[in-house]
Design a protein around this ligand. Structure first.
Ligand code: ZN
Length: 108
């Protein structure tokens, strides 16, 4: 039987729910150097690290796209796809294809 097309690509093990440090370390291993998808969306966001508890940090979309949970149930999925979220691209200073800057100010 084949995997569901829109299923989570990387669902972390659930046995570290009781250990925040282990969970944060697992999230760091999953998302460091990656971009991320929120839920089943195909939009790739840049990863930012947000304060959680006990000085730990968790990955989140750099643009602060909302999602429910902490990523433990596959709400966030790592991806190697380039950032496609326009706000994340702007925040990271990435050039947006098709958004060529004007060479001179246009008259109003
Ligand atoms: Zn984004």
């Amino acid at each position: 039987m084949s995997a569901p097309i829109l299923g989570p690509m990387a669902t972390p093990e659930l046995d570290y729910h009781a250990d925040p440090a282990a969970f944060a370390a697992a999230q760091e291993a999953l998302f460091t150097g990656q971009n991320l998808h929120v839920g089943s969306s195909r939009v790739a966001h840049a990863v930012d690290w947000v304060p959680w508890i006990n000085g730990l940090r968790l990955p989140a979309p750099a643009c602060r796209q909302g999602f429910a949970g902490h990523g433990a149930l596959g709400e966030l999925r790592p991806t190697t796809l380039p950032v496609s979220c326009r706000r994340c691209r702007r925040l990271r200073g990435l050039y947006n294809d098709g958004e060529q800057p004007a060479l001179f100010a246009l008259p109003d």
